[in-house]
Design a protein around this ligand. Structure first.
Ligand code: FES
Ligand SMILES: [Fe+2]
Length: 481
């Protein structure tokens, strides 16, 4: 994918749309896009109804009849496991529109859920009923209506497109949108190769952040903030961060500190993993760190670069072997990492992303609650031996964003997000300026949103979305919209 010169970028004109806040220079993002009511309305109207949204994790609905309400920007959907697989229905009564399940929205961070196998869905207003497939099974006082207003097809719940992938159900309100796989591209295959389908929730947290949903998303789109926001990570492994973001160039490569012995380099890398594990849970699971620690003194080649590459390979192999021996269905990590490289964070546009390292992951989902508020959820995901997965969390633990119960790394990120939202309103701040090399994903995301607002062809938007795989910490791209 070609890096582009912002000065010569001519795609913005073709993304004209109606918004006066559209991006003209891809390195400059108008600040009002993060609080303007009209821009928020355009997103609700043109973006959200046309994209694949992660609606729930499948372990939330393990049994036939289990359902969960997924709501976002005023649209509520019921996702239900039926005998024929996962289905989704618009959450409104065909009589007079009352939500037939839940209906309270997501402002408190909780999603309504239950099981409809015995009683179906019963409208709380006049008691009409539907089965899990969406067929209307009961109309109280049917003789009171003209039969022509009770046609069977009209009474069935309106279905919503749903696809299951990576242990999740994704919904899309647009019947014409390309499939999930055509929209996301090869990143799905790479995540599958890392065992994504078999990951299960270890825990699930939620918080309400007083910030635009894009401010919250963008806090995770680059590693350039690590030095100031997560200084403990840089201190643990300075060579990694200095070679990637600092003014130093050359050196022996990102995993190697030339001033340290091979043994000391291994210790530094281990310490970094320990901090990531303690601060971000599933990203590097403690069981993986424990296996890596057993290899702290293993014999390695003298060449530092070769030594660290060898050590990483040994750790990945040992994690594979030991977790498989415990009955966990983890992939062949050295092979998967070589054949399907992933960035530290992989985004599934628009509002779901995964943090990857070895076999476990952290995942995040962010939903707008208004122009300047969002619901932020995070899951720690890991593998379990067959039959030994704990009872999955059916609801998130909702905490205030400044709670000390959050792992350290998201807590550090949350410390910036609400104050950035305030700063965006400051007099004289017209645009945010982006690094063309490291903050490109922010621009690419924002210009893709412009593409939706402008009504670009859905196929073109899907092709542009596939370019976001592996774009974490990456350059501004020509999205060819
Ligand atoms: S509104 Fe649902 S039964 Fe009347
Ligand atoms: Fe961060």
């Amino acid at each position: 994918m070609a890096e582009m010169d912002p000065v010569n970028f001519d795609g913005a004109e073709r993304l004209a749309g109606e918004s006066p806040l559209r991006i003209e220079n891809p390195a400059l993002i108008p600040a009002a896009r993060y609080y303007d009511d009209e821009f928020y309305r355009l997103e609700c109207e043109h973006l959200w109804p046309n994209v694949w949204q992660m609606a729930c994790r499948l372990e939330q609905i393990p049994n036939v009849g289990d359902w969960i309400e997924y709501s976002n920007v005023g649209k509520s959907v019921i996702v239900v496991r039926t005998k024929d697989g996962v289905k989704a229905h618009q959450n409104h009564c065909r009589h007079r529109g009352v939500p037939i399940a839940g209906g309270q929205g997501n402002a408190e961070g909780q999603s309504a859920h239950g099981n409809c196998a015995r009683s179906g869905f019963i409208c709380p207003f006049h008691g009409w009923r539907w089965n899990m497939d969406g067929d209307c099974t009961f109309v109280y006082g049917r003789h009171l209506f003209d039969e022509e207003v009770l046609a069977k097809d009209d009474l069935a719940l309106r279905s919503v497109r749903v696809e299951t992938w990576g242990g999740c159900a994704f919904i899309n309100h647009n019947p014409e949108a390309p499939s999930l796989r055509d929209s996301m591209g090869p990143v799905l295959g790479a995540l599958e190769a890392r065992g994504m389908d078999d990951l299960r929730s270890e825990w699930w947290f939620a918080t309400v952040l007083p910030a635009n949903w894009k401010v919250a998303m963008e806090a995770f789109m680059e590693g350039y903030h690590v030095m100031k926001t997560h200084p403990q990570l840089q201190h643990a492994q300075p060579s990694l961060y200095n070679s990637r973001y600092g003014n130093e160039t050359g050196g022996l490569g990102p995993l190697v500190n030339p001033n340290l012995s091979v043994r000391e380099n291994v210790a530094e890398c281990l310490h970094s993993m320990e901090l990531l594990s303690a601060g971000m849970a599933g990203l590097v699971h403690e069981k993986e760190v424990a296996i890596a620690r057993e290899l702290a003194d293993v014999d390695l080649p003298e060449d530092p670069q070769l030594a660290m590459m060898t050590w990483f390979g040994l750790v990945a192999q040992a994690i594979t072997d030991k977790l498989r021996a415990r009955g966990e269905n983890v992939p062949d990590l050295p092979r998967a990492m070589q054949e399907h490289p992933l960035e530290a964070v992989e985004y599934l546009f628009p509002h779901y992303f995964l943090l990857t390292y070895f076999s476990s992951m952290s995942s995040y989902r962010i939903r707008p609650l208004g122009p300047e508020s969002c619901l932020f959820e995070l899951w720690s995901l890991t593998h379990y031996p067959e039959g030994e997965a704990p009872e999955p969390p059916r609801e998130p633990t909702v905490l205030p964003f400044d709670s000390q119960d959050f792992p350290m790394i998201p807590r550090q990120d949350y410390s910036n997000i609400p104050i950035q939202q305030k700063g965006l309103h400051s007099e004289g701040l017209d645009v945010l300026r982006l690094s063309k090399d490291r903050e490109g994903l922010i621009s690419n995301y924002q210009r893709l949103i412009d593409g939706y607002i402008a009504g670009a062809p859905l196929g073109d938007l899907a092709r542009a979305t596939t370019k976001l795989g592996g774009n974490f910490d990456g350059p501004i791209l020509d999205l060819e919209l």
